[in-house]
Write a protein that binds this ligand. Structure first.
Ligand SMILES: [Zn+2]
Length: 354
């Protein structure tokens, strides 16, 4: 069992509640408190031990104070633990059937909209079974319901939740391959291994989903986004499962918010790629004892991975063309080759220094 923490951004309408907790002394800033691998700088506030409970996907109860966030962004076993340990958890009935129905190739836009609107018209019911989440075959979690830290960074507030997580089948971690990842939107993740094999996530969003989305009420749209998120999460979980089973070292781009286009951030938050990159992958690899090296993403998709000196080529969607060696290749494959090369150099430097 290892203690793992997860950081979730709070919704803005929870901010006045936090200010009130600070004024009443229930929440105290602690400059000595540290979180492992925390990239956000800011002041941490330690809440006094009080039994935490989740009331829904978006509401967490601390004592009698409700805080609002997106709890479903937790890795699947942590989310499942949180739901199971929250006896008053409420959900819309029939979520799983709805998720299956929305993936049917014969579904019309009108029918999809009707299904979603009638789902949100029903009151959420007490249901402490995790829904819309794939069981994790490699890890299990227990939520530490008495421990809560809040983090203020600039104008934003984050919730830090703690879990005890353990690998359920550590003998399946083979530590064989080096794997490099190219993260994006289509596909979400493209992985190449040191055996020159490639794996990619499957597309989740169909045209139908986009057409339906524009017709929905705000509540039905939120439910649709939640369901589509779960499809992406299942794909991303498969990647982290693959990494845990086969990787010995993983190389990925070091994505930083300040360098990303706002549209990329928005899309990657919606499809879970940022959650995967910032949190899911980290905790899983660490628990499985697999190394992770992040490299500067600058030009990794624009330079030829085969030519000496790695000259610039042309990228057009999924195709990369190098005018020097005349190779035309999959652009994601080219990027992962560059990421692997840079990552290996960086990892070797670290190991030498250690
Ligand atoms: Zn070339």
């Amino acid at each position: 069992m290892r203690t793992v923490h997860h950081i979730l951004q709070l919704k803005r309408h929870s901010y006045p509640t936090l200010q009130a907790l600070i004024r009443s002394g229930q929440l105290k800033g602690n400059p000595k408190l540290r979180l492992q691998h925390d990239r956000a700088s800011g002041l941490l506030y330690e809440a006094k031990p009080e039994l935490l409970e989740a009331l829904s996907d978006s509401t967490l109860l601390y004592g009698d104070v409700a805080l609002h966030t997106e709890l479903y962004r937790l890795p699947s076993s942590e989310y499942a633990a949180l739901v199971r340990q929250s006896p008053r958890f409420q959900q819309h009935p029939g979520l799983e059937e709805l998720s299956v129905a929305l993936r049917s190739p014969t579904l019309s836009v009108t029918e999809a909209a009707r299904l979603l609107e009638s789902a949100v018209a029903q009151e959420p019911q007490p249901d402490a079974q995790p829904r819309l989440v794939q069981p994790d075959s490699l890890f299990s979690a227990v939520w530490d319901r008495e421990r809560l830290v809040l983090q203020r960074s600039g104008d934003d507030w984050f919730l830090v939740l703690f879990f005890q997580v353990q690998a359920t089948q550590p003998d399946l971690f083979t530590h064989r391959l080096e794997v490099s990842l190219d993260l994006g939107s289509k596909p979400l993740v493209y992985a190449s291994t040191s055996e020159e094999r490639a794996h990619r996530t499957q597309p989740c969003e169909t045209d139908l989903i986009w057409q339906v989305r524009s017709r929905l009420s705000p509540q039905a749209r939120r439910l649709l986004d939640r369901i589509v998120f779960s499809w992406h999460q299942a794909q991303l979980q498969r990647v982290s499962d693959f990494l845990c089973r086969h990787a010995f070292y993983v190389y990925a781009e070091d994505l930083r918010y300040k360098d990303m286009k706002p549209t990329f951030v928005q899309r990657s938050r919606r499809n879970g790629v940022l959650d995967f990159h910032e949190c899911w992958m980290h905790t899983r690899l660490q628990l499985a004892g697999i190394g992770l090296e992040k490299v500067n993403p600058r030009h990794t998709s624009l330079r030829c991975s085969y030519c000496p000196g790695h000259p610039f080529g042309h990228r057009d969607g999924d195709i990369f063309f190098c005018p020097t060696c005349r190779r035309r290749m999959n652009a994601h494959r080219n990027a992962t080759r560059n990421i692997m090369r840079l990552g290996m150099v960086k990892a070797k430097r670290w190991r030498r220094a250690a």
